[in-house]
Ligand binder design. Sequence first.
Ligand code: NAD
Ligand code: AHE
Ligand code: ZN
Length: 368
Amino acid sequence: MKTRAAVAFEAKKPLEIVEVDLEGPKAFEVLVEIKATGICHTDAYTLDGLDSEGIFPSILGHEGAGVVVEVGPGVTSVEVGDHVIPLYTPECRQCKSCLSRKTNLCTAIRGTQGKGLMPDGTSRFSYKGQAIAHYMGCSTFSNYTVLPEIALAKIRKDAPFDKACYVGCGVTTGVGAVVNTAKVEPGANCVVFGLGGIGLNVIQGLKMVGADMIVGVDINNDKEEWGRKFGMTHFVNPKDVSDVVAHLVEMTGGGADYTFDCTGNTTVMRQALEACHRGWGESIVIGVAEAGKEIATRPFQLVTGRVWRGSAFGGARGRTDTPRIVDWYMDGKIEIDPMITHTMPLEDINKAFDLMHAGESIRSVVVF
Ligand code: NAD
Ligand code: AHE
Ligand code: ZN
């Protein structure tokens, strides 16, 4: 079939809206009509050529929601008409990682996914006879896309697509980092670095679990109001203080119980670790750093009990946890609507990247 898609032909160039060819689903694969997709900073990072796994041409997008329109042979867990969220972290429930119960990082198809291919080693997308790579196994910047069955979470049908799509990355990543990765306890003092589409979800997760101090740190003063809307109790702009780590340690009475990096900046990651309390403070790295960047600190920081931990997709097991997060939204336990600051048709998708780079949006959503 033909489908409309925003194609990343080259790094650092705007996406082009074209009609691409899409092959139907093979065994254990599913054709999904994407109804809405969010634009995450990770899409921008890959488009900007900063992703060591970035491939061009490709169809980006990994924060979508849609409807199953066709299933390939052998598919049993979803059927035509089901509402689904594509999962860049699938859940096969059979691999060593899934069976370990220690991680959400299913390894069943990670190898081919990182090469922009379906599990059989081929792409379903092409343009003028040339293969186009899939992205993070999702490619939600296409009106129709094909995914492995294990990479689809079935969600309730009354959830609006233009909000549920955000659960496909940002909401789950932020809230999940609090509840699954850090397992923050009520009364904890926490610091969140970067108050964008991810950081604000960390903040609402912290509020939900009953954290005490929720300090937000951002270089953009406009983010203070945003943070306060979702439960932030204090705001710090690092530009306004001479030593941000010393300032945060002082504010939190000796260091935070938990800190979260939601910037992808390795200097900030170090600050986040060093703002933790001696003996027990944990820093969760959520931000994705550009290719070639490394983190550093004095080992003494770890010797004296601070813990560095990472979180991918909020530690969520996609098929199991994502539908529950949609329920939390529908039951009013978490908010999504105010964070969707811009909604646009596919033709305007490049505006979403401009708004993000200008710090003018929290989440832009393309509605097909
Ligand atoms: P965003 O652009 O919406 O927000 C980033 C925020 O960080 C902005 O408010 C910006 O002003 C702030 N910031 C930038 N530099 C800063 C600094 N030096 N100090 C303090 N604040 C600073 O981006 P987002 O969509 O929220 O994504 C945030 C990061 O999380 C990105 O690196 C993204 O790739 C990553 N991410 C990771 C996962 C995961 O599973 N680990 C999932 C989604 C996104
Ligand atoms: N391709 C990058 C890594 C990018 C990365 O860490 N991605 C996160 C999700 S970001 C979503 O917005 C993730 O889930 N990582 C685990 C994984 O298996 O990719 C690189 O550095 O090569
Ligand atoms: Zn994302």
